[in-house]
Design a protein around this ligand. Structure first.
Ligand SMILES: Cc1cc2nc3c(=O)[nH]c(=O)nc-3n(C[C@H](O)[C@H](O)[C@H](O)COP(=O)(O)OP(=O)(O)OC[C@H]3O[C@@H](n4cnc5c(N)ncnc54)[C@H](O)[C@@H]3O)c2cc1C
Length: 313
């Protein structure tokens, strides 16, 4: 039996693994195989430039960063299986974890399965993903290709407004495409956005497609009230339409919020079941950064180590 099983292989899972193995705990990590359509290593494997992860002043590609972190896990003695966890049994200790090819037990479990940014699914989206289309303005907004260029944000909630405000520091104009004639965002946030001269809201508008040659150059929009279709120049397109946390395999055994994120006790990584901990984007819909995921991965390992010390099997 393992001391700790970690499910998920982004910055949260690997940081938890490195800390657990260094603490002398018998640690196994399931990195998944295209779980949720994402390669082992997590969301960063889908992006090119990472310029805000401390320790790499020259920047690094996402796949390079995750390969480096994985190497550190292996070096610390973490056992890694390239398998997706299909189900867990958290009803009693030892907890059970099942993949298509094995079942394993552990005294404690850390869930670090991340989340997937929702996409619009327009016809040419794949062609321009990461060539102008992004799901993270904080991560990508400051990149040179977006400077003084027209940018588009899709969404109408607080996140979309925050992203638009952030992008207004870099773009020539930020167009917020919103399908209704009023925003869902809080009143205070709306006031800030409406007062910002570098943000234009395109009301009653939906996006039909994206276009360009090598990189994104425009989006195709439609006014749902008039039926008019038109092109809007755009060098950047930022989706702010939410994320889907990877929690379906938990089969409602842990307390989740209304959108499927694992609920943790504030200031800890403790879930609703003692001995089960959650780290990274799967429990965080606010910060969603590699470094905050790594931070909560560290917390989860320390919380688990303490728990195992106080609750040996
Ligand atoms: C395009 C893009 C660009 C980004 N750029 C930056 C940036 O520049 N800087 C920054 O700080 N952040 C960036 N982010 C955000 C950052 O990637 C995430 O905050 C971070 O990766 C979250 O880490 P995580 O460990 O919680 O999970 P994830 O990175 O989501 O990884 C979770 C992993 O677990 C696997 N998994 C899921 N379910 C299972 C299962 N049942 N069994 C086994 N494995 C499973 C998944 O396949 C995935 O590989 C970006 C995100 C995106 C989408």
């Amino acid at each position: 039996m393992n001391d700790i099983i970690i499910v998920g292989s982004g910055p949260a899972g690997h940081t938890a693994a490195i800390y657990s193995a260094r603490a002398g705990l018998d640690t196994t990590l399931f990195e998944g195989w295209m779980a949720g359509g994402i390669a082992p290593g997590g969301q960063l494997t889908t992006t090119n430039e990472i310029e805000n992860f401390p320790g790499f002043p020259e920047g690094m590609t996402g796949p390079e960063l995750m390969a480096t972190i994985r190497k550190q896990s292996v070096g610390q003695g973490v056992e890694i299986f390239t398998e997706t966890v299909e189900s867990v049994d958290l009803s009693k200790r030892p907890f059970k974890v099942k993949t298509p090819s094995r079942e394993m037990e552990a005294s404690a479990i850390i869930i670090a399965t991340g989340a997937i940014a929702r996409r619009m699914g327009v016809p040419n989206e794949d062609k321009f993903w990461q060539k102008g289309i992004s799901a993270c303005a904080v991560c990508d907004g400051a990149l040179p290709l977006f400077r003084n260029q027209p940018l588009v944000v899709i969404g109408g909630g607080d996140t979309a407004m925050e992203e638009a405000m952030h992008l207004s520091k870099f773009g020539s104009m930020v167009y917020v495409v919103h399908r209704r004639d009023e925003l869902r965002a809080s009143k205070a946030m709306q006031e800030r956005v409406l007062a910002n001269e570098k943000i234009t809201i395109l009301w009653n508008t939906v996006m039909l497609d994206v276009g360009g040659s090598e990189v994104l150059e425009h989006v195709v929009l439609k006014n749902v009230k008039t039926g008019e279709e038109f092109k809007q120049d755009a060098k950047g397109l930022f989706y702010a339409i939410g994320h889907n946390p990877n929690t379906v395999f938990l089969d409602d055994q842990l307390d989740l919020d209304e959108t499927g994120y694992i609920l943790t006790k504030p200031g800890t990584t403790n879930t609703s079941i003692p001995g089960v901990f959650a780290a990274g984007d799967v429990q965080d819909k606010v910060y969603r950064q590699a470094v905050t995921s790594a931070g909560t991965g560290c917390m989860a390992s320390l919380d688990a180590e303490k728990y195992l010390g106080e609750n040996p099997l």
